[in-house]
Ligand binder design. Sequence first.
Ligand code: PEP
Ligand code: MG
Length: 747
Amino acid sequence: MQLTGQDSRQLLKKLRNTLAEDGDGQERLDHITQLVSQSMGTEVCSIYLRRDRETLELCATEGLKKESVHQTRMRYGEGLVGRVAQEATPINAENATEEKGFRYMPETGEERYSSLLGVPIQRLGEVLGVLVVQNKEKRKYSEDEVYALEIVAMLIAEMKELGAFVGQGEAMTAPHQRAIMFTGGSAQEGAAQGNVLLHDPQIVITNPVADDPEAEKARLNEAMDQLRISINDMLDANKTNASEEHQDVMEAYRMFANSKGWMSRLEASIDSGLAAEVAVEKEQSATRARMARVPDPFLRERLHDLDDLSNRLLRLLTGQGQAIGENMPDNPVLVARNIGPGELLEYGKTLKGIVLEEGSVGSHAAIIARAWAIPMVIHAKKITLEALNGDTILIDGDQGVAHLRPDSDVKSAFKEKIAMARQAKARYAEIRDKPAETKDGVQIEMLMNAGLMADLPSIDSSGAEGVGLFRTELQFLVRNEMPKRDELAGLYARVIDAAHGKPVIFRTLDIGSDKVLPYFNPEDEPNPAMGWRAIRLGLERKAVMQMQLQALLRAANGRPMKIMFPFVAQFDEFRQAKAMLDQVVKNERKLGHKVPSELKVGAMLETPSLAFAPNQFFRMADFISIGGNDLKQFFFAADRENERVRSRYDTLNVSFLTFLEMICKRCFDLGTPVSFCGEDAGRPLEALCFAAMGLRTLSMRPASIGPVKHRLRSVDLEEVRKVIDAARGSGDQSVRGAMRNWLSKNG
Ligand code: PEP
Ligand code: MG
């Protein structure tokens, strides 16, 4: 059954013609199994399609018992066919019954066949089914035969995507039409209704078979040339200011784009009859399958590069999806595998919601989503493969659930949810100008976190008493090059103006970790969260920090100013940073610029070490701000960006609360004002417990001020304290349960 390129093209054409035939999906599938077994000289050809995420169903067969069609099912990983699906790689078995994992399915009559070749039917790395051929005689199928069957499987995948196999049963439903619910995690609460905006739009290929391989290769070559030119351009453009790592990635791209192996595999697929786009997708699927198996992170990154390159090539070949945010639908809900803070900022506040396949609560993309109060769901597995641009989507940020193409019941339940959220907002607006005072008269200062110009109107509308954390690095993240001092000074002045005399605490640059500046990227580090970041970088790259400090002082233009340094791990770092600031102040004076009428200098407490710093540190610092996001990550040694470990440790864990209490006490004893500006300050229950531990200033995203204030105003803090103490006394791991019980009993 050797298939030449010519035979293969003939077969693909015949298969494609089944698309044009009248008849339903079942007839098409039946016809395909006949054509394949005839042309390849096999006694059996069967097509198994995916029923749901875990099950395959026999949907058509030539050679096995017809009664078993739509009856025989197997789970992924079960039997040889299930194994092909699970591992996304072919199985070529000379004697199938002796193969590991073989499962006998009497209803099919397959015991008469010895040899089996199964290949995954996959598209963009997603297994949609399995294509199997079988023969009575014991034989190993040749490499050419495996390849030919893979080409056929690729075409079947494209045809499935085009809706060619719609028929009876779950396995034959139309693609991208079903209502699907994705259950993930919550990164920002709230409900949103809108239309899907894919970060990487799906490419639609309407004609998967090529009639003229030479013309197709010419098209591929042309697109390849364009790809190489664009990579060279990017390399040239970035030569001067890109980091070494960035250059390395670009060089890897260049290497792949010039790879003879890649090119010859693509040309071979075209010779077998596939259109250039489908040939690229075939390689991409193989890359993704490999990506899932490779444990080495460096190699995985390189495979990611190749995957990205395939996407670029597909865009060039199809002309689809060239620009970020192209074809923005109304009420866009961004759907992506993952997204960095810089990319998210590019989309801007117009987004109604965000759904990610990966992502994490502690990431800066999530912090931005929270700052903008955009509901965000993370860990919605495989949503990018199901969603199409413009699909209706509802997201429930409270539950971490996204409903794609929801039915009318879900839609009406959602309407109620949105209405309730609106009512709550109105309730919070009523207390906007009232103090956050507990029933027993403890007043909590409510500050807001900011970092973007778009946040400024919230200073008035949220009822914040000032800005407790202005993340200056966000201004650096939205640019392609280092901002200039005067530009920054203008920007900071606008922030101070917008605060109308309320205090603003500017935090100096906190880059590194997940906040990567393309033009100022530190070396590749094994663990960037614990690497060269924030103050560590500022003290070594003095020019950048001095420039920023100068911009801040000039923005104040004689008005009072508060500056804090991030990620101070030991006293000396603070001393050095403060000395640098003193020097900049001196120079400014010398240059005849006004200096702030009052300059308060603080430190962020984000590593446990600083809580144990000498008393002199606490006396030198004008204030301390607890960066709970980082502090918690280092306290529990649990990466804030890794949901698997992050979610193990509750913020209301007794050890953590006791640690916060200790910090408050030290600050109180030494007379250092202390606040908390991590994300947890914006969660009502957490805020309540922090207040009970002694915190009197909380800084949070603007949208949290209402709910937190509402909660604080409804309780007696002394009572809260008693509940926490009782929970601590009884050995509870977290006080959350006890607090919830108490709150539900006490309204
Ligand atoms: C923190 O770590 O809590 C903090 C406020 O800083 P960031 O989240 O920007 O690291
Ligand atoms: Mg931090």
